[in-house]
Design a protein around this ligand. Structure first.
Ligand code: FAD
Length: 340
């Protein structure tokens, strides 16, 4: 949609976050987007509006309110019991045309990736896919930071002339706001619109897939190792340290390429986005492609023999020294404490 002149509308700007509540307790991307939207909304004096479609959705209305939404647009109807790209598309398109949101944010889940580009096409606006950062420019535009040219660069994209400004964002990029059940929001319960197109796709059966792969995205302690660990044997020691700390091991790309660790623990732009309460970083230089995956780690302890290493500069505790020595000493100390 063409951007409207500010003289033609005096409604408060709105940042919409699409509510993808499937697999809620593992898939936190909607809450992470609401948190980011709350920060962005302050800058442009907007409200944060969560969209919730489905059947028996009161739980999600409560959750999104508790996690920061100012307004909820809810459609509760048995016809929306299961996700349907075609139905959801038609609904959001109509709502967007009626209400003219400034920004629409969608989690880069399988579903979000499927319907966001279609929605952007229908609304005749741009979409930045798989963003790893969002901000507001000095002109009040949504700054969409996304990997481009095969991931070799991070592009900063703005949608100057069309509305809404749209982005899908990778899970784990932002940190959710802790719930506050005292919070209130304006809840608009809308009827299911008439005349929606009959979906061409029919859901026959739904079966939850069994998660086989261990994921480090939700770990609260992560011990991450880089090329500075020296070799595979020394890198293996990180497993022992992680076990003693009750955490998981992460790795940089050279380590994965060298076969010291599996690809499913790669941290960074091409791998997992993590948000641990404490991150130990051993022998890692701190290249942008790696730090892009560190999200909002609460507390970083970095060990590097080079005092100029970027990773040390972004750490809360920076230790200049040999990574393996520190790992071995920590293991020794932790074992001693367990025995005591
Ligand atoms: P290095 O950069 O070689 O750093 C090793 C560090 O160890 C140095 O700082 C050194 O001072 C220190 N060191 C050496 N010996 C010791 C010692 N004995 N004790 C303590 N410190 C020591 N990388 C990722 O990690 N994740 C990604 O998702 C990712 N995606 C990428 C995507 C693209 C398209 C490209 C081009 C690159 C990508 N990379 C990614 C690679 C990235 O650019 C860096 O090359 C990589 O992160 C560096 O890993 P490193 O820190 O382990 O190794």
């Amino acid at each position: 949609m063409k951007k409207k002149n500010s003289m033609t509308t005096n409604r408060r700007k709105s940042i919409w976050v699409f509510g993808d509540y499937r697999n809620y307790y593992q898939n936190r991307v909607t809450l992470q987007l609401i948190a980011r939207a709350v920060a962005l909304a302050k800058t442009i004096n907007a409200e944060v509006c969560a969209l919730i479609f489905g059947h028996e959705i009161d739980e999600w209305i409560m959750e999104y309110t508790a996690h920061g939404a100012d307004r909820i647009l809810a459609i509760d109807d048995p016809a929306l019991k299961s996700y349907s790209t075609e139905k959801y598309l038609a609904i959001i398109e109509r709502l967007a045309r009626e209400r003219d949101p400034e920004i629409i944010l969608i989690g880069a889940t399988d579903f979000g990736r499927e319907f966001a580009p279609r929605l952007a096409k229908r609304l005749k606006t741009g979409l930045s896919a798989d963003c790893v950062g969002l901000d507001i420019t000095e002109d009040g535009l949504l700054l969409q930071i996304a990997p481009s040219f095969g991931g070799n660069m991070l592009a900063e994209i703005v949608t100057e002339f069309h509305r809404p400004q749209m982005a899908t964002v990778r899970p784990g990029t932002f940190k959710e706001i802790p719930h506050d059940y005292e919070r209130t929001a304006i809840v608009e319960r809308l009827p299911l619109m008439k005349g929606l197109p009959k979906p061409r796709v029919r859901l026959i059966e739904y079966e939850r897939s069994v998660e086989k792969e261990h994921t480090i995205e939700n770990a609260s302690v992560i011990v991450c190792g880089g090329r500075g660990m020296g070799n595979k044997e020394k890198f293996k020691k990180l497993q022992e340290l992680a076990r003693l700390l009750g955490g998981d091991v992460g790795a940089t790309r050279p380590v994965v390429y060298a076969g010291w660790a599996e690809h499913n623990v790669l941290v960074g732009q091409a791998g997992k986005h993590i948000k641990p309460k404490i991150l130990f970083s051993f022998g890692i230089s701190g290249a942008i492609q790696h730090t892009a995956g560190l999200g909002e780690a609460d507390f970083i302890v970095a060990i590097n023999k080079n005092p100029q290493a970027t990773m040390l500069k972004m750490a809360d505790v920076a230790i200049v020294g040999d990574a393996s020595d520190v790992v071995n000493n920590l293991i020794k100390e932790l074992k001693k404490r367990i025995r005591e």
